[in-house]
Ligand binder design. Structure first.
Ligand code: SF4
Length: 334
């Protein structure tokens, strides 16, 4: 089914969308994202933020400036905020922790973080500060390919981090890349299988977009169909998951990809709130259409006959029960 096109594909996507609507109704979670640092100690071959890219101007945001913007000027539709960075423990301590504490005090935003593999102590500090959802992608469900792509840290450690976060009360969302050069249908099925085995509350599928200034910079971009078919398969596998329509879908299918993600059972969208003076140094934003503004997001939601959720993701999940936290966790077969 990952290869379906035409009428069978359309029916497949409709079935996935119906599964999402029967579990979540018409509501789509609306989250903001701020990127707080593009320093990264890792060196993934598919990413322009890798440490070996000397042509990228690096920045760390100031937490007080971000807090001011988020407290007084955030879009009215967002219920949650995702704080994202390269793998940069300095930014976690100097920017992310104070920002979370301020937002906890001044707003009712649910807080997600996407900060990579960190020490258990830093995970605990983030949780104590008030974050409750951790986004940590496993990227590739094959240890040899993971090493070949120089994905973050070691494969086994990455999965251990995912399990540790889930066992310490975090709601965990993961994700993988569709369409990496050389990827086979079996590889994609392995990605879905690993996602299903991990203790997750959500998962994303990101189409491979060749990162400028990365070793895979001239490789072909992933096609939209394999990405959407993977999302549909994942939705049917896990009707209860929160699955985002990632903004990179709009590069894989310009202008339409994002809406097609919603039509394939996605139930989360993200508005980019990174201040424009920083975006210039964040490689993903070299193309304007990549920036999902509130207007574009709300148009995409209403265009599909859906509605922005007034309930935050964090309230939807609620605190993790002891039974959920202690669930036996299948080890990865990959
Ligand atoms: S994918 Fe993430 S961990 Fe890897 S180089 Fe890019 S920012 Fe760093």
């Amino acid at each position: 089914m990952l290869q379906w096109r035409g009428e069978p594909q359309r029916e497949f996507h409709e079935k996935a969308a119906a599964a999402a609507r029967s579990r979540f109704g018409k509501r789509i979670f609306v989250r903001g994202v701020v990127e707080v640092s593009n320093f990264c100690r890792e060196n993934c071959v598919y990413c322009g933020m890798r440490r070996d890219n000397r042509n990228l101007s690096r920045f760390r945001a100031h937490h007080d400036e971000l807090a001011e913007m988020l407290i007084h000027h955030r879009p009215a539709s967002i219920t949650d905020l995702n704080i994202q960075a390269g793998e940069d423990p300095v930014a976690v301590r100097d920017v992310v922790l104070p920002l979370i504490k301020t937002l906890r005090r001044e707003t009712d935003l649910g807080i997600s973080v996407c900060l990579g593999s960190l020490s258990h102590n830093l995970y605990a500090d983030l949780k104590n500060a008030g974050a409750s959802i951790y986004i940590i992608k496993f990227e590739i469900a094959d240890s040899a390919r993971y090493a070949e792509m120089q994905s973050p840290g070691k494969y086994a450690e990455r999965l251990d981090n995912i399990r540790h976060l889930a066992q310490t009360g975090w709601r965990v969302s993961s994700g993988f890349i569709a369409g990496l050069p050389g990827q086979t249908t079996e590889d994609m099925l392995q990605n879905l299988s690993l996602a299903n085995e991990l203790p997750l509350d959500g998962c994303s599928v990101s189409p491979f977009i060749p990162g400028d200034e990365s070793p895979l910079g001239s490789a072909p971009m992933c096609g939209i169909d394999i990405t959407l078919n993977s999302m549909a398969a994942m939705r049917l596998m896990r009707p209860d998951w929160v699955i985002p329509s990632v903004s990179a879908l709009n590069l894989a299918d310009p202008g339409k990809g994002y809406s097609r993600g919603l039509r394939t059972g996605a139930n989360l969208v993200t508005i980019n709130l990174t201040p424009s003076e920083m975006r210039g140094n964040y490689l993903l934003y070299k193309r304007d259409r990549f920036i999902m503004t509130e207007e574009r997001i709300l148009n995409a939601i209403s265009g599909e006959g859906l509605e922005p959720s007034t309930q935050s993701l964090v309230d939807f999940y609620g605190p993790k029960s002891v039974a959920e936290t202690n669930q036996p966790i299948a080890s990865a077969s990959a």
